[in-house]
Design a protein around this ligand. Sequence first.
Ligand SMILES: Nc1ncnc2c1ncn2[C@@H]1O[C@H](COP(=O)(O)OP(=O)(O)OP(=O)(O)O)[C@@H](O)[C@H]1O
Length: 263
Amino acid sequence: MTHANTSAVVCRNVGRAFGTNGTSRQILTNIDLDIEPGEIISIIGASGSGKSTLLRALGGLDVGFTGQVLIDNTAVEQYDPRCAIGFQEPRLLPWATVTDNVAIGLPQGTSKPAATTRVAELLKLVGLTDAANLRPREISGGMAQRASLARAMARDPEILLLDEPFGALDALTRIKMQQLLLDVHAQTGTTTIMVTHDVDEALLLSDRIVLLDASPHAEGATIANIFTPPVPRPRVSHDPALVSLREELLAGLGVNSLASSKG
Ligand SMILES: Nc1ncnc2c1ncn2[C@@H]1O[C@H](COP(=O)(O)OP(=O)(O)OP(=O)(O)O)[C@@H](O)[C@H]1O
């Protein structure tokens, strides 16, 4: 069932420079993007192109940008309560149980009975019911990443931001997590914006794929192109309909696909 709590995100002429005036370096420039409620968007681009910087601006983790980021027509706030973010490392508290780690994500003021019910629901959603009382050192990397996803969803976010969420996982666990993300999304409909280095991951999961690249006419990266995979989800990575888009994405990242093992 699709959840009503999901939002549109709009970027207007977003830019970000770091450093003091004397040594300021423009990282992002002229980012214009309209994300529909419930979309899954992947952001790809070369290392250092500013993917994480853009994600941080979208979620209010960094408010030092120029231009506008709007969530449902209202400017994003610092640490915007409408957003939840998940990282490549699960960032769980080592001394707390899986249950308590997930509960940390609940909105402040959640009553104890409501918290117990909600955490149990979330653990079920990510398949961790049996691990509820374990501590992070007692669970696998994939389980920790699932706990991290449950903690992010505990906020009941309108926007879920994920920064290379599966980058540190082995290939099989990664595939399972990608499927889990799609399952969670099918149930919640949360607008999801994900940074990834993995072109196949972007192809399998996204409604649209945003490619960041340095423009020859401006300093800093901007949106070079936005791609829509030509087949609906669920997708399989060897689908012939995705071959030419994969080539295009790899070319956009400066990779010669004939030399790539995935080609
Ligand atoms: N707080 C900061 N202060 C100064 N420079 C920063 C800051 N945050 C990011 N940068 C610089 O901005 C550039 C873009 O960084 P960012 O992490 O957004 O890139 P990325 O595309 O996500 O990279 P990667 O794919 O390697 O993770 C880098 O050169 C980085 O050093």
